[in-house]
Design a protein around this ligand. Structure first.
Ligand code: ACM
Length: 673
């Protein structure tokens, strides 16, 4: 298929017929696209060919594409690419450097007509991204499976689009990492930020200092062979792996085997709780830097990425203040506070990294006036902090607003823009210093069982914010496509949907889960840092309760709220009335069905108030609905107000997410007292 320049094709198609362009489910939305009316069949004769520059990574990607097509369609397909003339022709112009850098050409062009498809790109990264787009276009129609005619020209808005996975607070094994890498690649993310060391675990083998992982991990660590396996797996998908070794705080696990690095005498034990802890590396001693030089040297060879994350967040400073040798060091060097001391430490570490050929990345706290300008600041504190760094000449990435453990809805993450209002006054260079962002999956409240459900599908909304043009901002359309995206992500092996019924089944002791799911579907876990405030958690606390199974975002509650608003906006009070009546009736009746199960289960008993409140809420919701329809105002009694108040409070660390919309109905029907 001969390639026509995009504008020419665009014009031809545009003049031929106006076609609705919104009815696609691509996520992230490509920069430019135009759909035609025809389709290219995906049947058992489907084939893929490679031309131009060919490398094993591209051959494996083509093979994987065929396997994925087979999975998506159920059609057996030849497992390997053909020499030429494939129904999907892949053409790559040339190679990329051996090690993927932070800024690569990821652009691609995808032209699909009824006669064939052609994916072309200057570099392998564009091919990898374009193949994911192709796979997202596969759908079933009148004649079986097909992809629609389309012309796509696409490239990312930001070069750095990552996910941080904390494998320390809870152990996250190889297979879970791999399936999440697959899902990241599917939404065109390109950095796995591997948070490898923490107070609660040193999760990587050090051959130079084996006591680090042997004594600091309970045996749960990645061998260096496994690390290489993950890096190769990610590289195959165009994903960089940036390791984080958090220092000088968050280092308790280092000191179990190496107490001599610490600011206070040992002995130390692996931390089992969550929070900010006092153990801190002693930044005043030369033997500490000799150790770090050797350790970082070992890790710098293992991880090919040019960036190396040293954390630097949340240094308590208490052990520095309590150590006379450290306070004397500060006095001698005219350091005013612990921030000065940490800046000294960062400069020493930055010099070590430079000698090992790496660029330093750290959290906001590493910012200090005379740090070298080649460091990268990852902002968890806010867009203002990110923009301030960029103004001062520092490269930055945004994670504020992308904390998945805060259990915020996809719509919240979606409106967080690394180049938002705070960056408005940056000049072109300043804006270019903001490389992108990372979703953060801190692992205090996730295990291998439910981590996927906390990452997906919400991270796809973040992926779109980081890839798609700034103008792509329609939240309703995002949710429409996210629903489809969430479905097909399961094909890749992530278990964000399938783990839910299994976890509910454990809770019902293998009895039917429907009634429990009816409740759980309108709940969400509490937000921010409310869980550790609700009770004492440690790494030994089982995460097997309803709060651990319940999805982070209730789609049912979101849709219900929209339907209520539409109902209230309709002067005739007809719109959605039947639907609302039906849902409220189901919720009202649910408690009677569920109560025997809940009260006979030690693990579910704590959710009785939630189930009860949902039933009460639904009952007053029904009354309000009838009143609004009949026009007969209700005078609510005091108990109704008290019930609504209680129903909006957390129980068992869970919130009833339909409570605010039901309150709207109630208040619409009459004044609360
Ligand atoms: C952080 O959340 N302390 C990076």
């Amino acid at each position: 298929m001969k390639r026509l320049p995009f504008p020419i094709l665009f014009t031809i198609i545009l003049t031929a017929r106006v076609i609705p362009q919104t009815e696609h489910t691509l996520m992230p939305v490509p920069e430019k696209f135009f759909f035609g009316t025809g389709v290219l069949l995906v049947d058992s004769a489907f084939s893929v060919s490679l031309s131009g520059y060919i490398e094993p990574r591209l051959e494996r990607a083509a093979t994987r594409t065929l396997a994925r097509l087979s999975l998506q369609t159920g059609i057996p397909l030849s497992g390997t690419p053909v020499r030429s003339g494939g129904r999907l022709e892949i053409h790559c112009d040339g190679p990329a450097e051996g090690v993927q850098s932070a800024i690569e050409d990821e652009s691609y062009t995808l032209m699909i007509s009824a006669a064939g498809a052609r994916l072309s790109a200057a570099r392998p990264y564009g091919i990898l991204r374009g193949l994911e787009t192709f796979l997202q276009l596969v759908e079933s129609g009148r004649e079986g499976f097909h992809v629609r005619e389309v012309q796509i020209e696409d490239k990312p808005r930001f070069p750095w689009r990552g996910v941080l996975i904390d494998v320390c607070r809870h152990w996250i094994p190889m297979d879970v990492l791999k399936r999440n890498i697959d899902a990241m690649a599917a939404v065109k993310m390109n950095v796995l930020h591997w948070h490898l060391t923490e107070d609660q675990g040193f999760r990587i083998e050090s051959k130079r200092f084996p006591r680090l992982h042997q004594m600091g991990s309970d045996g749960k660590y990645f061998t260096q062979d496994q690390v290489r396996e993950i890096i190769a797996y990610a590289r195959d998908r165009g994903i960089r792996v940036v390791p984080e070794f958090d220092m000088p705080g968050h280092t308790t696990s280092w000191f179990v085997g190496h107490p001599e690095l610490a600011s206070a005498p040992g002995p130390y034990a692996i931390e089992r709780g969550w929070g900010i802890f006092d153990p801190t590396i002693d930044p005043t001693r030369e033997d500490v830097y000799n150790f770090l030089f050797a350790f970082i040297g070992e890790m710098a060879v293992l991880f090919p990425d040019p960036y190396f994350h040293i954390g630097g967040d949340e240094v308590s400073g208490k052990h520095w203040d309590a150590n006379p040798a450290i306070t004397e060091f500060k006095r001698k060097h005219a350091m005013l506070d612990n921030h000065d001391l940490q800046a000294y430490f960062n400069k020493r570490v930055s010099a070590i990294l430079q000698r090992h050929g790496k660029r330093m990345v750290g959290w906001d706290e590493i910012m200090y006036p005379d740090l070298p300008k080649d460091i990268v600041v990852q902002s968890w504190r806010g867009q203002k902090s990110l923009a301030a760094g960029a103004r001062d000449g520092y490269t930055g990435i945004l994670s504020y607003g992308y904390y998945l453990d805060h259990i915020r809805p996809a719509s919240f993450h979606y409106q967080i823009d690394p180049l938002g209002a705070e960056a408005a006054d940056l000049n072109g260079d300043g804006k270019r210093r903001i490389l992108g962002g990372e979703a953060c999956m801190w692992a205090e409240f996730v295990t291998a069982e439910n981590i996927d459900s906390r990452i997906w599908p919400r991270t796809a909304a973040i992926a779109e914010r980081l890839w798609s043009p700034e103008s792509v901002r329609d939240t309703n359309d995002m949710y429409r496509r996210l629903e489809v995206t969430s479905g097909w992500l399961e094909w890749l092996g992530v278990t964000h949907r399938s783990s839910y019924p299994l976890m509910l089944q454990r809770l019902t002791n293998h009895k039917p889960i429907e009634a429990l799911q009816t409740l759980s579907d309108v709940l969400e876990p509490v937000k921010f840092y409310e869980r550790p405030r609700a009770r004492r958690y440690t790494s030994f606390t089982p995460l097997n309760r309803l709060v651990d199974a319940t999805r982070p975002e209730s789609d049912r509650a979101r849709v219900f709220a929209t339907r209520v608003d539409e109902f209230l906006a309709d002067p005739e009070r007809k719109k959605n009335a039947d639907l609302l009546h039906r849902w409220l009736s189901v919720w009202e009746a649910n408690h009677a069905k569920l109560e025997p199960l809940l009260s006979s289960s030690g693990i579910l008993r704590e959710t009785v108030p939630l189930s009860q409140n949902l039933s009460h809420l639904a009952a007053v919701g029904l009354k309000a609905l009838e009143s609004l329809q009949s026009g007969k105002e209700i005078v609510w009694d005091k108990d109704t107000g008290a019930m609504l108040d209680d129903a909006s409070k957390p129980h068992a660390e869970l919130l009833i997410m339909v409570a605010p919309a039901i309150r709207k109905l109630v208040e619409g029907a009459g004044a609360l007292r």
